[in-house]
Design a protein around this ligand. Sequence first.
Ligand code: HEM
Length: 265
Amino acid sequence: MTTPNPSVTYANYLQLDELLSLQQPRAEGPEHDELLFIVIHQVYELWFKELLHELDRVAALLRGDEPHRVQHTLKRILTILKVLVAQLDILETMTPLEFLSFRSRLEAASGFQSDQFRQIEFVLGAKRESAIARFAASSRARAALERRYREPTLWDAFLQYLAREGYPVPAAHLTRDVTALITPSPEIQDILVDAYRQDAKTQGICERLVDLDEGFAEWRYRHVRMVERTIGVKPGTGGSSGAAYLRTTLGQNMFPDLWEIRSRL
Ligand code: HEM
């Protein structure tokens, strides 16, 4: 049994003083809703950190042949995603005028510059080299994105798993350029149809991956709706066209083969 260390407290274990000093509204008013805006974004970033931690675990479990635990971890990721979507409800209690009261203080800052969001996209296969260059050379964000860009995606880890399970995954897929976008493949679709018909374990993992794809899409959809109701068609602070740009990101499936097979099952 370990002896309790009296110097460990709730406050110092969680670094509470530091944490609670990190919300610094920029408006001089001060504008009441800016604190909510900051807290929500900080909470998102913490959840993004946790999501990346869990996504790394899923890839490791797939590599380590622990499929039952893969499902468990994917379930946790999906539960977090649901919380991320639900959190938008809180921000939607802020009216357009309340947001406008401090929006100019954001200057060019935007969720567009969230490197952790881009990291999640990269892990899921939506990689764009152009996204990396927006982050300052030698910054934490740039180094993390460069690493994620070169790393195999979750889909690559899944293809390796299928091969180890004895499915005839073509070698070209197992050695593909992991920085390239994931494109639909008839050979992989044949394998997946087969797995859905006779392999409950693999089917279970596939369904959780579809949940993940859908959960991410749900966040994108809810975010753009929130943007539309808060700023209409105004351009974004990050320099994009705003809602029009965000709408172009809807409807992209991260794991296209898992969607293609639906009509064949
Ligand atoms: C009133 C609230 C919000 C408004 C008006 C808003 C607005 C926008 C706009 C207009 C964009 C397009 C890029 C640009 O700025 O030009 C954008 C992108 C983005 N926002 Fe928000 N946003 C809000 C809240 C949030 C929250 C709470 C998060 C959580 C982290 C978030 C995360 C993102 C991300 C990750 C992107 C990049 C999306 C992509 O490129 O696919 N936003 N936002």
